[in-house]
Design a protein around this ligand. Structure first.
Ligand code: EPZ
Length: 423
C-alpha cells in the first residue's frame, strides 16, 4: 500500500487543471446500459472507482476502454444482469446498475451494498422507488433480486433528498410504460448532468435541475456521447489547499472547473478571509492573512457539501478562534478527527457536530487514511504542518483524486508517493 510523505510549510502557488467529476462519471457509465451502441464519455477521470465501474460493466458483457480521459463503452452485447459482491463491496455506487438493468431488461441481481467507513448507508429509497415502478424486489443471500415484465410509470416522493436514489430511479423510469414523477429529487450537478445525458439519448424528462422531475417513458433510447462535468469536490479541496498553505500574496488558480457549482464553498472561504476571484471556468484563491473561524453545516446542493466537511475542519484547525461544523447528511462522518488531532488539531465531536478550537500550528506525524474525503483533509493538514507528515493507505485517495500528489507538486508542495510498503 502506498503512502504520501509530505514536508509541510511550502507555500503553494500556481495553476492546476480540475479533472472530470467522479460522481458524475459513476452515473453516466451505468446509464449506457439503457441503449445498445457505442458511447464516448469525454473528460472521464482516471480513478480507481472508475476502473471498478468499468470492470463491473465488463462482467455484464459491456466493452470498455479508457484513454486520454475518454471512456469508450460498447453496450451492444450485455448478457449478464448481475452486480457481484466482489465489485459492490469495493464501491457502493455499483448499485447504480439496478435502475438501468431493470428499465432495459426487466431483471437485475445486485449485491446489497454494506456499510462504509463511517457507518450505515441504507438503500431503502432506491428499492422503494423500484417497487413503486412495479418491480418485484427480493433479498436473497445478500443480493437484491429485482424483476419486472415492464416497469410502469408512477409518482415517487422521497422522504430524504438522495443523490443515488434519484439517479437510479430516474434511469429506471425513462423506459417505463407511461409517466413518472419524482418529488424531492436531488438537484446535485451530477444528477442534472445524468438527466441531460439521458435526454440526449432520447429520454423525455422535464424539470431538470429542480426537485420535481417528470418523466414520460419512451420505447427505446440511443447511444450518445457526453462530456463529464468538472469535479466540484476536487476543486473545493484544492481551494482549501490554497487557503491553508497558499503563498501570502500569491495565488492558486484552478482551471477547467465550474465556479457556479462551488458557491457555498467559495462563500465560506471568503468568510475565512481568503480572496476568491472566479470567471466562467476558473477560480483563483489568495490565502487569508490569518484564518477566521467560520461555522459550517452541511446540506444538500446548493448547500455546503458533506464531501467538503473534513477539508473544512482541517482549515479551521488553524483558525484564530473556535467554530462548530455539523454534518446533517452523514451524522457520523468524522473518522478524520482523531487523525487530525494527531497532527495537533483540537477537535471534539459530539453527535453530528465537531467543535474546532483553532490554533497557531500543526506538527507533522504518521496518520491513517480511513475514507476518501477524510484522507484529503489529512493531506491538507500535512501541507500546512511543520515537519513531516506520512499519510498511510492512500488507496482511499486514489479512488477519487486523480494524481493528487502530482497536481500539488505543480503548486510547489513537497509531497511524494512512497510505493507499496506494508503498514
Ligand atoms: C452521493 O452518495 C455521493 N456519491 C457521495 O459522495 C456524497 O457524499 C452523497 O451523495 C451526498 O452528497 C456518489 O455520487 C457516488 P445520498 P449517495 O443517497 O448517493 C440517506 C464521495 O466522497 N439515504 O444522497 O450514496 C443517506 O444515508 C461520496 O465522493 C437513505 O436513508 O448519497 C444519507 O444520509 C461519499 N436511504 C442521505 O440519504 C437511501 O436509500 C444522502 O445520501 C439513500 C440515501
Amino acid at each position: 500500500m502506498d503512502k504520501f510523505v509530505i514536508h509541510g510549510g511550502k507555500p503553494l502557488s500556481g495553476t492546476v487543471r480540475i479533472s472530470g467529476a467522479k460522481n458524475a462519471s459513476l452515473a453516466l457509465m451505468p446509464a449506457t446500459i439503457l441503449a445498445p451502441g457505442t458511447f464516448s464519455l469525454l473528460n472521464t477521470p482516471t480513478l480507481r472507482d472508475i476502473t471498478t465501474m468499468a470492470r463491473l460493466l465488463e462482467s455484464m458483457g459491456v466493452k470498455t476502454s479508457h484513454s486520454n480521459h475518454t471512456m469508450t463503452i460498447d453496450s451492444s452485447r450485455i448478457a449478464h444482469y448481475e452486480a457481484p459482491y466482489e465489485h459492490v463491496k469495493k464501491m457502493r455506487a455499483s448499485i447504480y446498475v439496478l435502475g438501468p438493468l431493470l428499465g432495459r431488461y426487466g431483471r437485475a441481481k445486485v449485491s446489497m451494498p454494506g456499510g462504509c467507513a463511517w457507518g450505515p448507508r441504507p438503500v431503502n429509497l432506491h428499492l422503494e422507488g423500484m417497487k413503486k415502478l412495479g418491480a418485484e424486489i427480493d433479498l436473497e443471500g445478500g443480493y437484491i433480486v429485482a424483476k419486472a415484465k415492464k416497469l410502469k410509470g408512477a409518482r415517487i416522493l422521497f422522504d430524504v433528498s438522495s443523490v443515488g436514489a434519484t439517479g437510479n430511479v430516474l434511469m429506471a423510469a425513462v423506459l417505463a410504460d407511461g409517466a413518472s414523477i419524482i418529488e424531492n429529487a436531488a438537484i446535485e450537478p451530477e444528477i442534472t448532468a445524468l438527466a441531460e445525458f439521458l435526454q440526449s439519448m432520447g429520454a423525455e424528462i422535464h424539470g431538470i435541475g429542480t426537485s420535481k422531475l417528470e418523466i414520460d417513458g419512451v420505447e427505446s433510447l440511443h447511444a450518445r456521447n457526453a462530456t463529464t462535468i468538472p469535479d466540484r469536490i476536487e476543486a473545493g479541496t484544492f481551494l482549501v489547499a490554497g487557503a491553508i498553505a497558499g503563498k501570502k500574496k500569491g495565488n492558486v488558480r484552478l482551471e477547467q472547473c465550474s465556479p457556479d457549482h462551488l458557491a457555498a464553498v467559495i462563500a465560506k472561504l471568503g468568510g475565512a478571509g481568503a480572496k476568491v476571484n472566479s470567471g466562467k471556468d476558473f477560480i483563483e484563491i489568495q490565502p487569508p492573512e490569518s484564518i477566521n473561524s467560520v461555522d459550517a453545516s452541511t446540506a444538500i446542493y446548493p448547500g455546503f457539501p458533506t464531501d467538503m466537511q473534513a477539508q473544512w475542519i482541517a482549515l479551521m484547525s488553524l483558525a484564530n478562534g473556535t467554530c462548530v461544523v455539523t454534518d446533517t447528511i452523514y451524522h457520523d462522518r468524522f473518522m478524520h478527527v482523531p487523525e487530525l488531532n494527531r497532527l495537533g488539531a483540537d477537535v471534539t465531536v459530539r453527535d453530528n457536530t465537531a467543535t474546532v478550537i483553532g490554533g497557531p500550528r500543526l506538527t507533522g506525524a504518521k496518520v491513517m487514511s480511513t475514507d476518501l474525503r477524510a484522507s484529503a483533509s489529512l493531506i491538507l493538514a500535512g501541507l500546512a504542518a511543520e515537519g513531516t507528515t506520512e499519510v498511510l493507505r492512500v488507496y482511499h485517495l486514489d479512488r477519487g483524486y486523480e494524481s493528487i500528489e502530482k497536481k500539488l507538486q505543480l503548486l510547489g508542495a513537497d509531497i511524494e508517493r512512497v510505493k507499496g510498503e506494508e503498514f
